[in-house]
Structure formats: C-alpha cells, structure tokens
Design a protein around this ligand. Structure first.
Ligand code: PLP
Length: 242
C-alpha cells in the first residue's frame, strides 16, 4: 500500500470533511447570488485541488463537482492522467511557461492564465497538433503590473482578437486574481468593465473567472461566472507549497 493511500476509515472522514466544505461554499455562492439578484446557475464552482491528492478530486467528483483547477503542470499532469476515467473539466489556473504548453494542452480544457501573444501562439500550435480545442481566458493584471502574471488591461483587447483568430483555441473570456492591498470589490469592478469591453467585440466570450475562498462574494457581485476555490473546500494547504 502506498504511503499516501488512505484506509477506508480515513476516506470516510475525508469525504465528510469535503462534503461539509462543499455545502458551505455552495451556500456562500447561493447567498452571494441572491444578494445581487443573480441566478445561482450563472456561477460555476471550480475546485482548486493543487497540493491535494487525486483521491480528493475523486471525492469531489462523487459529490457532483465537475470543474477542477490546478496551477502546476508537474502536479496536474499525473493527476489528470490518473483521473482520466472521470467526467471532469480541467482548468489550468497557474502561470504557464511556453515549455509546459505541450503537456498542459494534453489535459487542460481551459487555460485561465493566457497573458501574452507568445503563449496564445504556443497553445494554438500545440492544440492543432494534438487535435484539441482549448478554451483561453485572458488573465488581467488588475494592478497593471504583469510581474505576477496577467496582461495589462490596455493590452487585453488586442490579445482577445489574437485568440479569436487562432486555430485550436476558443476565447472564453477573462480571469483575474484580486491584487494584494486593494479592496477586492474595487478590483473586480475594473475586471467587469474589461470583460464588458471584450464581450462587445466577442459576444461569446462570457466567462469571468474571479473570486477565491476569501473574495468570492465580491467577485460574484461584480459578475464572476467562475469562482476558483481551494482552501474553503479542502482546508488549508501546507504553507510551503502554495
Ligand atoms: C490557489 C488558487 C486559487 C484558490 O485559492 P484559495 O484561496 O485556496 O481558494 C484560485 N486561483 C488561483 C489562480 C490559485 O492559484
């Protein structure tokens, strides 16, 4: 038996923990929708399972979660392979280097971190080669500082046009992480404006990926269609593996 494998009893305990986390997150999402008069069906929960074993993903799937987010290829690729029997949509939400594109395109249905032309070209080329169609969300650096990933707001529309023209990819919409040191609501209000402008040019690019455990309520108030939640579902990660 592998060192990480759980006993039957441990699996039951973990399932109960995850079910409780899921119920709580679902209730928060529902309340956030109600508060702003949105339909609960407009918001999809993406369970971010980074640093968590494949077994946790299997439990989430049994509980009805269909959308799974990962941020590191080294971890995501073997997990997705192990869970290939499940009907899951895989979202790649981490910064993506072009040398990882070949691997990521092999399992990711949607890449949330598209932030530069080189990456669009690499994903497109690889998707065509593998006969895949990959959803692309344009990650926006809401603090106008691309250092932590994301395109400058001023560059997003041009990038949207590039994705729309590229083969093997479809333009899903936009994504952002609220910057540190700013009220998330203010940042998400800017994201909503950018999303609106992208949709004026590309009406089917309706996805707005925003909101994590701490700020999903604010994100939903400002139009998030996809919230990416890890900690609130699965508990705190070990601090050294972010
Ligand atoms: C880890 C991560 C999340 C989830 O964060 P939590 O605070 O654990 O909910 C969401 N989005 C991205 C890009 C992440 O890397």
């Amino acid at each position: 038996m592998c060192a990480e494998c759980r006993t039957g009893e441990e699996t039951h305990v973990r399932r109960d923990e995850i079910a409780a986390g899921l119920a709580e997150v679902d209730a928060r999402i529902a309340a956030a929708c109600r508060a702003v008069g949105r339909d609960r069906g407009e918001v999809t929960l993406i369970a971010v399972t980074k640093t968590r074993p494949a077994e946790d993903v299997r439990i989430l799937a049994e509980l009805g979660v269909r959308d799974i987010g990962e941020n590191r290829d080294q971890e995501a690729a073997p997990k997705a392979a192990e869970l290939a029997d499940l009907p899951l949509t895989w979202h790649f939400v981490g910064q993506l280097q072009t040398n990882k594109v070949r691997s990521v395109v092999g399992y990711a249905d949607v890449v949330h971190s598209v932030d530069r032309l080189r990456l669009v070209e690499a994903i497109s080329r690889e998707a065509v080669r593998q006969g895949r169609r990959v959803g692309c969300l344009l990650q926006v650096a809401l603090d106008d500082d691309p250092a932590r990933g994301g395109a400058r707001p001023a560059d997003v529309l041009e990038l949207a046009d590039e994705v729309a023209l590229a083969e093997g990819v479809w333009l899903g919409g936009v994504m952002a992480v609220a910057p540190l040191g700013e009220e998330p609501a203010k940042a998400f209000a800017r994201l909503r404006d950018i999303a609106t402008r992208v949709q004026e040019q590309h009406p089917r690019a309706t996805m707005v990926s925003a909101g994590m455990s701490e700020d999903l309520v604010e994100a939903i108030a400002y139009g998030a269609t996809h919230v990416r939640v890890g900690t609130a579902l699965l508990g705190r990660r070990k601090p050294f593996v972010r």
